[in-house]
Design a protein around this ligand. Structure first.
Ligand code: ZN
Length: 179
């Protein structure tokens, strides 16, 4: 996997991972979108208002931008114990748009990544809503859920039509392949 260090992140070097946070990039479905997002994170001026995520995913590649053991700046409230994964696409997408040919390739690639992370960090494959996050439960969640739990951001990605349950199903089947 390609690694392009983001400019803005917190070098921690060791931490407990409790959450995987799903985002979209608000960027078009292209084969260079992951690389473009990684370059955006890399080229940002260093600033307390900067942003980053651990992984950027498009239909044909994944670029890692922050090491798992360091804190990326993607979802205030869940940054210290979360891994952020960015996806090509828009929060306004319909379910059909998430599941077009490009989307299926990308979500398959992302689910395989997430399955590996769930195995490595023993994270349960279940979707955490705001209530679960507030209760301190571990799992997979969305930026919108983190926003609803902590009100420290206004972002609502990956949007209401992101196919959460289908994504979890693909993660589960990828995880079964890893066992
Ligand atoms: Zn986000």
């Amino acid at each position: 996997m390609k690694f392009v260090q983001a400019a803005n992140y917190t070098p921690v070097g060791n931490r407990k991972i409790n959450l995987i946070v799903i985002h979209d990039m608000e960027a078009p479905e292209k084969s260079t979108t992951a690389e473009g997002c990684a370059a955006f994170f890399h080229n940002q001026p260093r600033s307390n208002n900067g942003s980053s995520a651990h992984y950027c995913v498009d239909n044909d590649s994944i670029v890692q931008c922050v090491h798992d053991m360091d804190v990326a700046w993607h979802a205030p409230g869940a940054n210290h114990d979360g891994i952020g994964i960015e996806h090509a696409g828009y929060a306004r997408q319909t379910r059909e748009q998430w599941l077009d040919a490009y989307g299926k390739q990308m979500l398959g690639r992302s689910a395989k990544l997430t399955a590996g992370l769930c195995k490595r960090y023993k994270i349960p494959v279940r979707w955490m809503t705001a209530k679960g996050l507030q209760a301190g439960l571990r799992g997979i969640t969305g930026h919108a859920d983190v926003t609803a739990a902590y009100h420290r951001s206004t972002h609502t990605d990956p949007g209401p039509n992101f196919p959460k349950q289908l994504y979890l199903e693909i993660v589960r089947s990828e995880l079964a392949n890893l066992r």
